[in-house]
Structures are given as structure tokens and as C-alpha cells.
Write a protein that binds this ligand. Sequence first.
Ligand SMILES: [Zn+2]
Length: 510
Amino acid sequence: MSQDPEDFSELSQHTLDRNSMQMLPEPFCRRHHVVVLGKVDPAAPNATVTVGMLDPDNPNILTRIGDLLERSIRTVRLNRYEIESALETGFGAGQRVTADLVIRPRPPSRHQPTAMELVDTILAMGVEKKASDIHIESYPGDVDLRLRIDGILHQMYTDMSPELVSEVINRIKILAQLDITEHRRPQDGRIRAVIDRGEDHRKVIDYRVSVVPSPAGEDVVIRILDPNAGLVPVVQLGMGEDMQRIFLQLLNNPEGLVLVTGPTGSGKTTTLYSALAQLNDGRRKIITAEDPIEYLVPKVNQKQVSPQMPYSVLLRALLRQDPNILLMGEVRDLETGSTALNAARTGHIVLGTLHTADAVGAIGRLRGLELDDTDIADALLAVLAQRLARRICERCSEPREPTEEQKALLGHLLEGIQLRAGRGCEHCHHTGYRKRVGIFELLVVDTGMQDLIVSGAHNAQIRKYARQHFFKTMVDDAMEKIAAGLTTVDELVRVIPYRHIIATRDERQR
Ligand SMILES: [Zn+2]
């Protein structure tokens, strides 16, 4: 490969000045392999700044450097090693947090905030309010800022004027490395930010950004991936005591496959990370194959699926890394399915997800991938199906009588239960709900069920067997949580399919 000598410059030809180098944020420099060279005179805003780059041809990064330095720049091509060693001079070897943005939350000021300040405020507010998503919607002459908290959208007050909204969206697009000239097609990107509240309050947050054109401009939805929010201890997931004990015993098996099923947003990822945290005792090697990595777990070897390393290839490579526990994402086809089953039968605990409506459905889904009945029966330890229901606000909870409709739907399931609901108060933003609680069913594959699977028994037979062996459905679990005053019949109906509700009702009648 030839290199233009004019273009290629050796690091030794430049002075390295710490103060000048720190004009660009360290995370930005590390992530994009960029370094300020020479001494920059702060009193000369019109002087050109020399910047060393791995890839001086990347227009997005050039724009961002220009924005950050607010000066004109001249670029010099450096190799990776030269940039790394220059950055060590400027910032020290230290802990390398690679981020696009450092947010230092400020108290509100009197002046109209700039687009940059608004973006910082919005990103920090989403994290502070424990939202899962930030929505910015443009309407003619109006703009809406909403946060999704506990699964439901809440309107927020914002300083963002309709005039400023396009600047705000531009700033978000720059940070997420999107094409700011593109307004007609949807785009996806990612922002990694450090929220720095001083001293020991630094938090790395990943934001997944989706921009979609709308009649009045562009709409932005930002998913917040807070690596710290992912780690809920198993005891706090909301499983009943018996189920929790069995679930933990299953995970302590030397080998086998445990699947977690449910629709998107049902809390599968949270459960899997809780399980990982529980298994992470330092004596076992834990590897994950994720697409994308949602939460960072200390001392767990997390790997991201990429175009160079597709899911099935990554899984096979990881199994050669001698793990005890492998967390994979979705079991989506014959290839990933057989990799999971083989690993689960050769000395590994394998955790994975499936999109099925209930636990028994997982067995049918694995069969549908053309996996062998005997292999399934051998490898599968258990299937956990789950949903997330909103939890009644503790501060405004009060007794309720069931409606005629609820009596007709649930019949004898309501016997002896005092319903409760939230009246609505400040604490719960007048919704009557605050936080969420998991609704679970755990199907354990015992020897009797193994025989049924091998013999080709269909779902109805498996369900019947399970029911005769103390299997509790999600509806049973939800009814227990309703009886305990944790959630409402409205939430049961919202998160669990109607046919599951009447199936459990009619079964229990017999
Ligand atoms: Zn309340």
C-alpha cells in the first residue's frame, strides 16, 4: 500500500502539549483515534490547529472536531500506535473509557439554553428519571418531549422551542455519527456518554438513536442502555420464593440449557443479567454473545456480534474459549439451536431467549427449528416465561371491588381476593402505578417430561403433565400478585393473552 509522503507525518515532528491535547475530550480522542498536535495559543482563535488522525478522510469526524475546537483544522495522518502513544502523553494510560460525550449536569440557568446544552440536559434527564426511552417528536409549530418510564410514556416540560428542535436533532445526529444532510431516510446510530456529577459519580451510558423523517421535520427516539440498571439481584425480580429457589438450583447445574421467553419489553434481558450476576462467583468463566451488548457486567467476557463476526460464527468461536456459562441471545434458527443444544450437553450452562407466548410453547418452537426431540429432552433444563406488569403505587393504593366484566372474565379465580388499585398521587405522576413487577411461569423438564418430549408428545399433553406436577401458569402467578396488592386485573389483561387467562380459569375449575 503506498502512502503519500506529503500526507503522512511522523509523530516525532510535532510537539505534544498536554493542555492543547485536552481541548478535545479524551473519550472522543480514544474512540476516533484523534489527537491535537503542537501548542495551541488560546489567545489566537483564528489560528489553525493541527490534528493527528488515523483516518483524516472521515468527514463526520472532521465536522465534529471542528465543532469541538471551534477553529479551523489541518489534518495529519498518523498510525494507530503513534496516536495511542500521543494520547498517553496527553491523558495518561489510565482507565480508557471511550465515549463520544462527557455530560456535566448544570443547574438551570436564566438564558435560553443552546442546542448543545439542551441535548446534554435531555440525555442526563432520561437517565436520572430511569426512563427506558426518550421521544422527541416534531409537529408544525410544536415539539413534544416524552419519556417512557415503567413501560408508559410521560410528557416532559422542555425549554426546547420549535425553532431550536432541528438544531437539537442535528446535534444528536452528529454525536451518533449519522449523516446530518440526510433528512428523508431513517437512520440509526449510537452515542456513548459519560455522565459526570463529579468525584465518584461518573456513569457510562449507551444511547441507541433512531431518527425517522416526519411531516414536520424529524422524530427521534433514544433508547437508554444504562449498564448499571441491568443488574437486579435475582431476589428482586419478583419471583415467588419456591420458584426463585428452583431457578437458582437450575443455574447451579453443571450443564444444560435454560431458556427465557416472552415478547420484546417483557424483561427477559434483565432476568438473564440477574442470572449472570448470580452465577458470577469468580470460579466460573462466563462468556456472552450479544447483539448489541446492552449492559456491562463486571468480570464477564462480553462479545458483540458484528458484520465480521456473525452470530453463529461467534457462538462457535466462543465455545472454543472454554466457558462454563454461555449467554447467547435469541435461539433463532437450526444452526444457533443446535449449537446451544450441543454446548448444553457438553459441560456448559447455556442461557438463551425465545419469542414464544408461554413456557410450553418453547418446546414446540425448538422442534419447529428441526431440532431432534432426544437432543431437546437431553439438554433442556427449564423454560422461564415472563411479562412485566406495572406495580400499584404504594402511597395511593386502596381497595377496589371487581367490575362485572372482571367477574365474568376471571370467575372463581377472584374468590377470596381483595382487589386494590392506585388512586393516583404526586408520587406516581397520577397514574396509580410506580415501578414494575415480573409475572413468571417456570417449566422444569423433569424425567417424566423428558420421556414425553422424546415420545413426540404435543404441547397440550406436555401442558397437562406439567399441570399435574405443580406447574403454575403466569395467570396463577399474576393472581397471587393481585391478591398481594402488587398489581391490578387491568395489568393482567394488558400483559397476558386472553386465551391464557381463560385456559387457566377453566383448568382450575375442573
Ligand atoms: Zn400514587
